[in-house]
Design a protein around this ligand. Structure first.
Ligand code: DGL
Length: 273
């Protein structure tokens, strides 16, 4: 069983990609909607939430954890890995690898990152990019208004376009060739972001990279696969309905967004983690 958490629906972009590339692996999702957004909170508070989320997923039977929240990964990953013996996959490491490989190939080594305030201020992406590619120039842009707009379901509103435009302006001026979507909510705005930053800029989606990272991890860890794989007589993918989606609060806009991300009705189970 794979346990995935985020502050809200953002991590569902990771869960949905995991369903597509590892359809036989059962998932448990926890969205800490009651405490969203994480990105404007202190590192200490985010760490406390992350611990509760992991404890909840482990109690429910998770054998591998994906931190599908850049804000939690950026601020807390080292502490969490030191505290828990379970394998923990995070969105940032995988994303950095893809972005640096991309920018080294016939590109200008200028990487932009958009994320929450907690993610950008942690310097975590910049540090990891510099380790892999010291010659890269890194430009971070905090986008604190995007998560609330997305959680509200304002994916095509004029106001959202204006905010995207405002946040991307400095990155356009820096002539970046690669842009990291450093928040798992942002894939829901890919259409606006790509249009505004320009088609020549390669977008790196942290939700896709985290899901790919899980797949490689499972391919190299057969013992975990046999523990987590659905035990079925035939080899058909397990019924996706068996995946469980827990949230610490439910609202109509959240339900709508969850259904949109997965393209089916998602049964959100309210729980106090
Ligand atoms: N989706 C999350 C992230 O990747 C969290 C957004 C938030 O709660 O601020 O950072």
């Amino acid at each position: 069983m794979i346990g995935i958490f985020d502050s809200g629906v953002g991590g569902m972009t990771v869960a949905s990609t995991v369903e597509q590339i590892c359809p036989q692996i059962p998932l448990l999702y926890f969205g800490d909607v009651a405490h969203t957004p994480y990105g404007s909170k202190s590192a200490e508070t985010i760490l406390g939430y992350a611990r509760c989320n992991i404890d909840f997923l482990l109690e429910q039977g998770a054998k591998v954890i994906i931190i599908a929240c850049n804000s939690a990964a950026a601020t807390s990953i080292q502490t969490l890995r030191a505290e828990y013996s379970v394998p923990i996959i995070d969105v940032i490491t995988a994303t950095v690898s893809k972005a640096t490989e991309g920018t080294k190939k016939n590109r200008n080594r200028r990487i932009g990152i958009i994320g929450t305030r907690a993610t950008i201020q942690s310097g975590s992406y910049e540090e990891q990019i510099k380790q892999r590619c010291p010659a890269c120039h890194v430009y971070g842009q905090e986008c604190p208004l995007l998560v609330p707009l997305i959680e509200e379901g304002w994916l095509n509103h004029r106001e959202t376009k204006m905010v995207v435009r405002r946040y991307l302006m400095p990155l356009r001026q820096h002539q970046i060739d690669t842009l990291i979507l450093g928040c798992t909510h942002y894939p829901l705005l890919t259409h606006l972001i790509q249009k505004r930053i320009g088609r020549q800029v390669q977008l790196v989606d942290s939700s896709i990279e985290a899901a790919q990272c899980l797949k490689s991890f499972l391919d190299n860890s057969p013992e975990i696969i046999s523990n987590t794989r659905e035990k079925k007589k035939n080899s058909q993918p397990h019924h996706l309905e068996k995946n469980r989606f827990f949230v610490s609060d439910v609202t109509p806009s959240l339900q709508k967004l969850a259904n949109k991300i997965f393209g089916r009705n998602i049964n959100l189970i309210k729980t106090d983690a």
